[in-house]
Design a binder for this molecule. Sequence first.
Ligand code: BTN
Length: 250
Amino acid sequence: MSGTLAPETVQPHLRGRFGEPYLYEPECESTQLRLIGSGLSEGAVAATDHQTNGRGRLGRTWLEAPGTSVLVSVLLEPPAERRLPELSLVAALATAETVEHAVALAAQIKWPNDVMLNRRKVAGILSELGDGKVVVGIGLNVNQTREELPLEAPTEPGSLYSLTGARYDRAVLLGSLLSQLERSYDIWREHGLDGLYGEVGARDFLRGRRVTVDGKRGTALQITREGRLEIESDAHEVRTVESGEVEFER
Ligand code: BTN
């Protein structure tokens, strides 16, 4: 394992209010479970170098080889007037910006919660609600070789290493991710998704692509200002989708 996400390696890279407290275990079932129902307050962070039962969206499992990824959960207490489904896009934007800063390539957001680099999924976001608080979990594939990436996944996975050939310091990435998340979250708290719409829209991976959602085919038009996905059917009917899994054609 190259490096760890132990507090002594990560805390020098923490710049803002996220990461107080910073809970770390070398291995745990899921970082989400360390925060859900914990009674902790906004800004609490849980990180690990390996999850034995990492949680993905739609009841899936999130798999990684030990010591290869950024695996982090952040506890947030959003204002009541904000639409919670937008939070995954806020976190996806922060993750995309972190990736771009690290690898100097453009990253995209695949609605509603994936981060793409060179058409591969390099990160996934899982937002879970408990006690009126939201735990946002981010899994970023960093140093996996191609062989270490899951063989079967709905969206073809990649890691920063498999796509660029360079290894990255996970503690530095985590510090940068938490800063970016704090920035985008604060803008969202104040202005809603409208405040980030230009940045999200510019990274919309699905825009203009042929997609299938809930068995229905069409062309993705855009992520709306409310964080929904707008799709035009082949009969030119436009509908918006609130949540779900999108398959795209290459
Ligand atoms: C997805 O794309 O299905 C979402 C994956 C989310 C994975 C992260 S890893 C850190 C946090 N802990 C978990 O158990 N899941 C999230």
